[in-house]
Design a binder for this molecule. Structure first.
Ligand code: AMP
Ligand code: ZN
Length: 144
């Protein structure tokens, strides 16, 4: 079932109430140029139906969305002759538009984007590592 939130910026973009530089559209998905690109060619790929985060998306919609992400990653990389791409989703934290969207950002060697030089937080010891692994496995067992 498709949902629409009248107060949502990207729902308005889906409806055509706010202009976009669209690059792709089908029944379920929309892709358009980010208004403040990290680099030219930065696109956002979003489900048309309103969902805030990846975990809010119905599982049956995940495949169709990511098929389009894959398609756009190929097209963007070729279109701007990039060396690769960065594909990412902010879920609540760091998310400024609360309608799920996947960033597809063209990358080049030495392009200055330091996003993945985030500080790492290593496990204190193997016990701490195992406790986290076990907790994730327990949660997965509840979901599967
Ligand atoms: P995030 O911070 O992950 O929620 O990403 C939101 C993205 O939406 C940002 O990269 C913005 O530049 C972009 N954005 C905001 N408003 C618009 C708009 N009207 N059209 C296209 N992109 C937008
Ligand atoms: Zn929305």
């Amino acid at each position: 079932m498709s949902t629409f939130d009248p107060s949502c910026l990207f729902c308005k973009i889906v409806q055509g109430d706010i202009p976009r530089y669209g690059v792709f559209e089908d029944e379920e998905t929309i892709a358009f140029l980010d208004i403040h690109p990290l680099f030219p060619g930065h696109v956002l790929v979003a489900p048309k139906s309103h969902a805030v985060t990846l975990t809010d998306l119905p599982p049956s919609a995940v495949g169709p969305l990511f098929e389009k992400v894959q398609l756009l990653a190929k097209a963007v990389e070729s279109a701007v002759e990039a060396d690769g791409t960065f594909v990412a989703i902010n879920n609540r934290i760091g998310q400024t538009v609360p309608h799920l969207h996947v960033h597809v950002v063209p990358r080049r060697r030495r392009d200055g984007l330091k996003g993945f030089f985030w500080p790492r937080h290593d496990y204190q010891d193997d016990e701490a590592r195992e406790a986290v692994r076990d907790a994730i496995e327990r949660e997965l067992a509840k979901l599967l």
